[in-house]
Design a protein around this ligand. Structure first.
Ligand SMILES: *Cc1c(COP(=O)(O)O)cnc(C)c1O
Length: 428
């Protein structure tokens, strides 16, 4: 590139990609192959022994995936990344690289519902324990530590409520305790927030959402900040001890500030297997090229919608950090001055039946369980994702009978508001 300090939009289009040296193809090709030919037997041996970087088999690495990894690492300001099949796969591999059976980690209580399930149930079978803390109170993370605590996990902008978290304050707890801070940056995207700049050590994304951006491809990624010293405590044996599967290689010594990303690939992805397909990597790579444009439009539309809802007589309350009088507005201004994201909740007067009627009356909005699509999306948690809970539990989870969650798309804001207006009018 002509500049050695390219801006975010330039990186979104160019990072990780160059014209194909063989064909001249300008867009990154979909390398739809399972495997790659070795130059000779010594080359094959060097690749298998981790003495040389190179493609072996698409479960472990593939050139389309590599372009995606380099691009997201550049956008987050990390040293390396590992793209995988889904956001949940990225979380599993991150913890697999850090944890042994009997270890625990501290996570913010306000997370994407799927992450609460993964941490609280599926991880138990690996012998990993999650301990919950209040993302608004860093001291509650500290209070959960013991000598088997290996990491802190938060979302920069928490799903579904759309609240910003004081990343630097929680990073301070992690630093004092000598563990890495892992930040799920899915809801904000690196266009709005770059957690590594606020003291995070590892960033995770569901690429399925704003990075892919078009609601058509599953993917996940973990980004290595390159900041953490894995050998300081002896607490991360996957990264600091000789690996029997690679003739005694110590990853932190051989790979330095990309040791975490390498460990997640050659110990986690290689053996557990949740690879992203080259086709999905291509779709997400293409989506990222318009991330800055889309994300700004998502934010501008969401602010216009939130302001409009706030004045509507059938709306009881609106929680959007972009509103001047929102309790979370100060943190939003500090961490995400370009906008407050696309996802937020509001309450309709009239409770469960009103919420249900409202959602069923929308026409432009799609009623489904996703966020971060170009299209505007809606869900009524009490009649769908949270229907198995008692009303009391629903309210505690921020999914009370009147709560509606919106993910505002990039259509014309006037059309989005007109659809909300006619659906609110349908409530008796
Ligand atoms: C969707 C989501 C995930 C899980 O990602 P998948 O790609 O669906 O596996 C994790 N965190 C957040 C914040 C999400 O929105």
């Amino acid at each position: 590139m002509a500049t050695n300090n390219p801006g975010f939009s330039t990186l979104a289009v160019h990072a990780g990609a160059a014209p194909d040296p063989t064909t001249g193809a300008r867009a990154t090709p979909i390398y739809q192959t399972t495997s790659f030919v070795f130059n000779d037997a010594d080359h094959a041996a060097a690749l298998f022994g981790l003495q040389q970087f190179g493609n072996i088999y698409t479960r472990i690495m593939n050139p389309t995936q590599a372009a995606l990894e380099e691009r997201v690492a550049a956008l987050e300001g990390g040293t390396a990344a590992l793209a995988v099949a889904s956001g949940h796969a990225a979380q599993m591999l991150a913890f697999h690289t850090l944890m042994q059976p009997g270890d625990n980690f501290v996570a913010a209580r306000k997370l994407y519902g799927g992450s609460i399930n993964q941490f609280g149930h599926a991880f138990k079978n690996f012998g990993w324990e999650v301990r919950w803390a209040d993302p608004a109170d860093p001291a509650t993370f500290d209070a959960q530590f013991d000598d088997r605590t290996k990491a802190i996990f938060i979302e920069s902008l928490a799903n579904p409520g759309g609240t910003f978290v004081d990343i630097a304050a929680i990073a301070e707890v992690a630093r004092r305790r000598g563990v890495p801070l892992i930040v799920d940056n899915t809801m904000a995207s690196p266009y709005l927030v770059r957690p590594l700049e606020h003291g995070a050590d590892i960033v995770i994304h569901s690429l399925t959402k704003f990075l892919g951006g078009h609601g058509n491809s599953m993917g996940g990624i973990l980004v290595d900040g390159g900041t953490f010293d894995w050998s300081a405590s002896g607490n991360y044996p996957m990264l600091s001890e000789p690996r029997p599967e690679y003739a005694g290689v110590e990853l932190h010594k051989t790979f330095g500030n990309i040791a975490f990303a390498i460990g997640a690939r050659v110990l986690g992805l290689r053996d557990l297997g949740p690879a992203i397909s080259p086709f999905n990597a291509f779709m997400i790579l293409t989506g990222i090229e318009t991330l800055p444009l889309r994300m700004q439009k998502h934010c501008d539309n969401a602010l216009a919608v939130a302001k409009w809802l706030k004045t509507h007589p059938k709306v009881a309350w609106v929680n959007y950090a972009g509103l001047d009088d929102d309790a979370n507005h100060g943190l939003q201004q500090r961490y995400s001055p370009k906008g407050a994201g696309a996802v937020f909740t509001f309450g309709v007067k009239g409770g469960y039946e009103a919420g249900k009627t409202f959602v069923e009356s929308l026409q432009l909005f799609s009623h489904l369980a996703n966020i971060g699509d170009t299209r505007s999306l809606v869900i009524h948690p009490a009649s769908t994702t949270h229907r198995q809970l008692t009303e009391e539990q629903q309210i505690a989870a921020g999914a009370g009978p009147d709560v509606v969650r919106l993910s505002i798309g990039i259509e014309d804001s006037g059309d989005i508001i007109a659809d909300l207006d006619q659906a609110l009018a349908a409530i008796q």
